[in-house]
Design a protein around this ligand. Structure first.
Ligand SMILES: [Zn+2]
Length: 58
């Protein structure tokens, strides 16, 4: 299955580096715009992504 196209690049502003992320790795559309897995609204809050349970590590 081909990767979805047209989402673009991560639009997260990395304040510490004074630049946008612009990652193309697994970028998906969110309410706040296209985001890579590191910069989704939940990731920025330190929360897991809904619907994508992580492998139990304990
Ligand atoms: Zn990003």
């Amino acid at each position: 299955m081909p990767e979805p196209v047209g989402v673009g690049v991560c639009a997260h502003w990395i304040g510490d580096e004074h630049r946008h992320c612009h990652s193309r790795d697994r970028v998906r559309p969110y309410l706040t715009g296209p985001r890579c897995p590191d910069h989704t609204p939940n990731a920025l809050k330190g929360l897991p992504e809904p619907g994508t349970p992580r492998k139990a590590s304990l």
